[in-house]
Ligand binder design. Structure first.
Ligand SMILES: [Zn+2]
Length: 432
């Protein structure tokens, strides 16, 4: 068995012996089949998650093989009812195939272009999902696996688009998914941050896959981020509720019933997203970390207030103070961390706004403005003084730039003596 590493056995030897016994005895195998109802693959640059939806609990085993690198998933009595997902072009996951090399066993094979660490787990039914076999894959060193390194002098902003992969977050009446709109806002914000002198952005995810809450906050603490911003657009039980809000961590209960409920919903995201085994292990350092969080919470509230102030220019705020509750994702010690609700996706008007490029630009611009205000209020802010100048980038229009700074198009035109809407790349616009 050279080159084979067994990751997990789901009672393999027992059923194999039973199978052999049944074949020897010449009896018909009568165990009910386990339907593979759907297979979903979420791929990131170094991480991927394969979810296999099953009709019931199954005996299974997952192991990896080399030459070529591949992951093998055997499901006892498995019957494939769904198409196999196709990994994206040029990624480290090459393809997926199926077969029946052993009678009564469905074998799924994922081909990889490099060695990967695998963590399989059978998730019990939860949150509308039935039994799911999750195989979390993490690529070993390879061409894409080095995270971008910021210069030590850069003001590093870790941006966290909430949810992802099997966890869609909240869903609006028109079918808009929180995980998709927050990814778009996060990417806009990252682009803006990276254009700012002395600032650098790092996204916790760039694609549609789930990352555990712990992995999100760990990215912030391990990179010594200056701030961490988790972006959401959650649901509310009253469809009339609307407006933006900002949350920080609390160690002693929530500041409102709404904050408590939201933290509960968000902290359960790991279950829907299919948290890896590693994240379920008890965190012995957790209690120690809590002690160092008081200063972080104070700074997070200041950061939150600065962002909330800027969001006030965008439109109605659901709460004019920074609310607090025990959000697991905001627990990076020493990194001021906030969760921004960019609107309620359950409000039909806000769902439409969240779908619009201009609104997403407004939200991203307000978050960036708030971060810069917060930094400049600190004694050792490394950012250069605000320039009140915008350098036009490719693809930008006057309305997009106006949205970003929450100013009127006419005010922007007046400030720059523009008589038409035409602008050119690299043009320097004065801001009011
Ligand atoms: Zn959310």
């Amino acid at each position: 068995m050279k080159g084979v590493s067994l990751a997990r056995r789901g009672g393999h030897s027992e059923w194999l012996m039973a199978l052999v016994g049944a074949l020897l005895a010449g009896v018909v195998w009568s165990k009910p089949p386990v339907m593979v109802k759907q297979i979903r693959l979420w791929t990131g640059s170094i991480e991927a998650q394969l979810f296999i939806d099953l009709s019931g609990a199954a005996k299974w085993k997952v192991f990896s093989l080399v030459e070529p690198h591949r992951v093998v998933i055997d499901i006892d009595q498995g019957q494939l009812e769904s198409a196999l997902p196709k990994p994206s072009e040029g990624g480290w996951l090459r393809g997926m195939r199926s077969g029946h090399p052993i009678p009564g066993v469905l074998r799924l094979v994922v081909d990889l272009d490099r060695k990967a660490q695998i963590e399989p787990v059978l998730l019990p039914p939860i949150g509308g999902h039935g039994y799911r076999l999750l195989i979390a894959l993490r690529a070993k060193a390879g061409r894409e696996s080095t995270p971008p390194i910021a210069s030590p002098s850069d003001y590093l902003v870790v941006i966290d688009p909430g949810h992802g992969g099997d966890d869609p977050g909240a869903i609006g009446a028109k079918g808009t998914r929180e995980k998709s709109v927050v990814l778009k806002i996060a990417k806009r914000l990252a682009r803006m941050v990276n254009l700012e002198p002395g600032m650098r952005a790092l996204l916790t995810r760039r694609r549609d896959h789930y990352i555990s809450l712990r992995a999100r906050r760990t990215l912030a603490s391990e990179t010594d981020a200056m701030v961490f911003v988790s972006i959401h657009a959650d649901a509310f039980d009253r469809a009339s509720a609307k407006g933006t809000s900002v949350y920080a961590l609390s160690r002693r209960g929530a500041t409102s019933a709404l904050a408590a409920r939201l933290a509960k919903v968000e902290n359960a995201a790991d279950l829907a997203g299919g948290v890896s085994l590693k994240d379920k292990s008890p965190d012995v350092a957790e209690a120690m970390l809590d002690m160092s969080l008081d200063r972080q919470i104070k700074q997070s509230r200041q950061l939150g207030a600065a962002v909330l102030g800027m969001l006030g220019r965008v439109g109605k705020r659901h709460s004019v103070r920074v609310e607090q509750a025990g959000f697991a994702v905001l627990k990076a010690p020493q990194v001021p961390s906030i969760l921004v609700e960019s609107g309620y996706i359950t409000n039909i008007g806000e769902e439409s706004k969240l779908r619009s490029v201009l609104y997403r630009e407004q939200i991203a611009g307000a978050i960036l403005g708030g971060i810069k205000h917060y930094c400049r209020d600190q004694p050792e802010c490394p950012l250069p003084p605000e320039r009140k100048i915008h350098v036009v980038q490719a693809g930008e229009s006057l309305s997009l730039i106006s949205a970003r700074y929450s100013i009127g198009v006419n005010a922007l035109k007046g400030q720059n003596n523009l008589t038409s809407d035409l602008i050119r790349v690299d043009q320097r616009l004065r801001l009011p």
